[in-house]
Every structure is written in structure tokens, then in C-alpha cells.
Design a protein around this ligand. Sequence first.
Ligand SMILES: C[S@@+](CC[C@H](N)C(=O)[O-])C[C@H]1O[C@@H](n2cnc3c(N)ncnc32)[C@H](O)[C@@H]1O
Length: 268
Amino acid sequence: MTQPDWAPDDIDIDRPSASRIYDVWLGGSHNFEVDREIARKTELAWPDAVRYARANRAFLGRAVRFLAAQGIRQFLDIGSGIPTANNVHEVARRVDPQARVVYVDIDPVAVAHSRAILAGDDRTAVIQADLRQPRDILEQVRDGGLLDLTQPTALLLVALLHFVPDSDDPHGAIARLTGGMPSGSCLVVTQGAHGASDESDEEIRELYRRTPTPLTARDRAETERFFTGFELVDPGLVNLPDWRPDPIETVDDRYRGALVYAGVGRKR
Ligand SMILES: C[S@@+](CC[C@H](N)C(=O)[O-])C[C@H]1O[C@@H](n2cnc3c(N)ncnc32)[C@H](O)[C@@H]1O
């Protein structure tokens, strides 16, 4: 197929990517046939994938609104994805127009599209980087000068950690990224749990093995371990629609068809 204008030259358009599959489910237009094929096949094994994506986005919005209302003005959003509705800076700025956001993603399409829509916005920045290289992220954030990580900051890892296996030490990355942040800084996580059956789990894992970021499901205890050094705020680690639900959200946003852990922690 031919490369559309919005696609960076150096990407492999024959290999699906997690960010573009998620874009398919959110109704976006920055995806290729390979992504749509994996999205369709995943939906056969997990018919609620679209509802999950919407519920995850709705949780992200609620968490950012909560943090902004608590006085957080800096957001480091890793695995930020392809921009869509209610991006982090838009939600935070409804509370305080001075809120600053650094978006980080490993995926070149997510980074290129984020840069395109945020060009000229001096309270956001976009970095191409890998959670597994936390030093590189910290260096790029410091060099950019937009966030002062000695001030309270929220680290957002939303629908990201299930793309990082334990062998790549996501716990170490979180410790390094948040180690220099002051008490009162926050960590936001959503993490896919094991699904309805071993068979459907394996089908989905098999599909994502075609992407550069295969899937790792985690149980409650494994997910809670990401919050080491943080205190979970009420209601703790819960299925994502149950985290401070908002009565004005649609039924889809409150989808309960799969267990996806969601939590917000405050650094002690
Ligand atoms: C499902 S999307 C989530 C987007 C957004 N956080 C949300 O919840 O709406 C996951 C994103 O994580 C990115 N990602 C996966 N592995 C990553 C890594 N090691 N470092 C940085 N980003 C990564 C993918 O490229 C993708 O854009």
C-alpha cells in the first residue's frame, strides 16, 4: 500500500502497532490495514475491545481531572498514544490553563501526529522514547525544560504496562522516573488482567506478537507492586469503570466486560 502524508518515512507500514490498533478502536484515522486486521481479529476473541478502549480513555480523563483538582500542574504521560478526544493537556487545562504536559511514546506515528497537532503550543512537548530507557526520558525531559521534576508531577502509565514484560523491568523504570519527584507526586496506571479464558488470552497474545510490543497480563498483586512507595488513593486498585465513576458518562464508558486494573497513587 502507499504511504499516506501523515506517516513518517521510516516506519514499517506492514507491521501492526499497539498505538494504531487502539486508534482503530477509538475511531481514529491514523492506522493501516494491518492494524485494522489485528483489531478485527482481536475483537473476535474479545468482542468488547472497543468498549474497553473507550472506558480506558474515560478513566484517563477522570484521573487527570482528579489530579488537576488536587493541585497537580505537571504531567509526564508515557505511552500517550495517537492524540484523540480529551487529551491530557485539554482535560488538565479545563482546571488550570497553565498545566504543562510532556507526551512520550515509542511509536513514530503517535509522536508525529502529537507533534503536528501540538505545534506552537508552548505548554506541551512530545518526546519519542521508550519506558524501558528511563534515563533517556529523564534527560530529554530535563533538556526540554518544560517540566520541573523537583515539583509535584503526575506520571501517567495508562494502558502501557501490559506492553512491558517483567523481564524489561518496568518496576525499575518507575522507580527511576519517580525517584527524584517530591512527595505528593502521583502515579496513574491501568493494566490488563487475565481475560475470560486461557484460549482467548492466548489468541490475543498471539495477535500482539506481530507488533513490536507483545502483551503481558498481570494479576492484582503484580499490578499493585507498581505502586511501591505510593499510597493508593480511594477507591484503591479497581476495575477501571469503578474508579471514581462519573454519572454523566455513557454506558459504554462504564463498560465492565473485562478486568482492567486502574489506580492512582500518591508518593509518600
Ligand atoms: C493502548 S495505547 C494507550 C494510549 C493512552 N495512554 C491511553 O490510555 O489512551 C498504548 C501506547 O503505549 C505505547 N508504548 C508501548 N510500549 C511502549 C514503551 N516501551 N515505551 C513507550 N511507549 C510505549 C504504544 O506505542 C501506544 O501508543
